[in-house]
Design a protein around this ligand. Structure first.
Ligand SMILES: NC(=O)c1ccc[n+]([C@@H]2O[C@H](COP(=O)([O-])OP(=O)(O)OC[C@H]3O[C@@H](n4cnc5c(N)ncnc54)[C@H](O)[C@@H]3O)[C@@H](O)[C@H]2O)c1
Ligand SMILES: O=c1ccn([C@@H]2O[C@H](COP(=O)(O)OP(=O)(O)O[C@H]3OC[C@@H](O)[C@H](O)[C@H]3O)[C@@H](O)[C@H]2O)c(=O)[nH]1
Length: 294
């Protein structure tokens, strides 16, 4: 929307999304919002498709796993069908979860992954793997212009407060004076990318010449205990850190190799975790109506 040459149509079924996040654009002459489920066909005239529709937090994607896999398979087929009909370029937001519980570290795009095909995360991991396959088959068979981003854990303001992912959980817990819930063993790692860096990477991928897949993420790697300590120190030094049970198949380590993004897109993240957390804290405090203590 910030580029005045663009007209933007947003399509969402509001499963995990919120109209509130779009209210600044509703009514704008270059903007349209459609309530629609991506598992149903959609007929529009467009030249670029950013295909992001899919629940992304493990608690939401596991809530209705059959719907999650339909969203990834039928949703991607519908968006590819649209791209084919109107000759649009399409970008899929795939995920670092295609690497499963990775046996290579850090993960490069040439790694094929270590994914459980029948586990509780499979609806999402395998769903995204099929989505990538569909993208390449439409590209080879029908000449569709495709782009695939493999996104690593991304966070930022305007996330659903009860989204369930780790950064939003810890920040909301610290603000509410509730213990930070580190899932066992706590030594598992993730690498966290700030949302504005992610958007910049996705736009560069869409506008560039390369199909991908390309890892887009911040290589700064933290254990969940280190993340909890960081949030505690920055937001609420009084808060407790507790350990709780984990869920099956939680990847033990994850860190992107972003050589390809640097070389092919001229992209690398600018915002470190310690610089991103305060932006999210400010937004969460406003929405939770808990001002910072003097
Ligand atoms: N944030 C991350 O760390 C991360 C990492 C890897 C990949 N991704 C991918 O990026 C995309 C966006 O993730 P996010 O973190 O913003 O998640 P999110 O849950 O905040 O947003 C997903 C959006 O998709 C919509 N949606 C879900 N199912 C739909 C359906 N059937 N039809 C239409 N809309 C539907 C939701 O209502 C929501 O607006 C997803 O495809 C996700 O898999 C995100
Ligand atoms: O309260 C919590 C929540 C989560 N965690 C831990 O934090 C780590 C990250 O968990 P999250 O739920 O934030 O996200 P995950 O990394 O498991 O999955 C994410 O990966 C990439 C995307 O495709 C998706 O956004 C999502 O599937 C896990 O090891 C989890 O056990 C906690 O320690 N405490």
């Amino acid at each position: 929307m910030q580029n005045e040459k663009n007209e933007v149509i947003v399509m969402d079924n509001y499963f995990t999304g919120s109209k509130d996040n779009l209210k600044q654009w509703i009514g704008h002459p270059r903007f349209e919002l459609i309530r629609h489920d991506v598992t149903e066909p959609l007929f529009l005239e467009v030249d670029h498709i950013y295909h992001l529709a899919c629940p992304a937090s493990p608690i939401f994607y596991k809530h209705n796993p059959v719907k999650t896999i339909k969203t990834n398979v039928m949703g991607t087929l519908n968006m590819l069908g649209l791209a084919k009909r109107v000759g649009a370029r399409i970008l899929l937001t795939s995920t670092s979860e295609v690497y499963g519980d990775p046996l290579e570290h850090p993960q490069t795009e040439s790694y094929w992954g270590n994914v459980n095909p029948i586990g509780v995360r499979s609806c999402y991991d395998e769903g995204k793997r099929v989505a990538e396959t569909l993208m390449f088959d439409y590209h080879r068979q029908h000449g569709i212009e495709i782009r695939i981003a493999r996104i690593f854990n991304t966070y930022g303001p305007r996330m659903n407060i009860d989204d369930g992912r780790v950064v939003s959980n810890f920040i909301a817990q610290a603000i509410r004076d509730e213990p930070l819930t580190v899932q066992l063993p706590g030594t598992q790692t993730r690498s966290f990318c700030y949302v504005s860096d992610m958007v910049d990477g996705l736009v560069r991928l869409m506008d560039g010449e390369h199909t991908g897949p390309i890892n887009i993420g911040n290589p700064g790697e933290f254990t969940m205990l280190e993340l909890a300590e960081t949030v505690k120190e920055m937001i609420n030094p009084e808060v407790k850190i507790i350990t709780v049970e984990n869920t099956p198949d939680d990847p033990r380590q994850r860190k992107p190799d972003i050589t390809k993004a640097k070389e092919l897109l001229g992209w690398e993240p600018k915002i470190k975790l310690r610089d991103g957390v305060p932006f999210m804290e400010e937004d969460f405090r406003q929405r939770l109506c808990v001002p910072k203590k003097a």
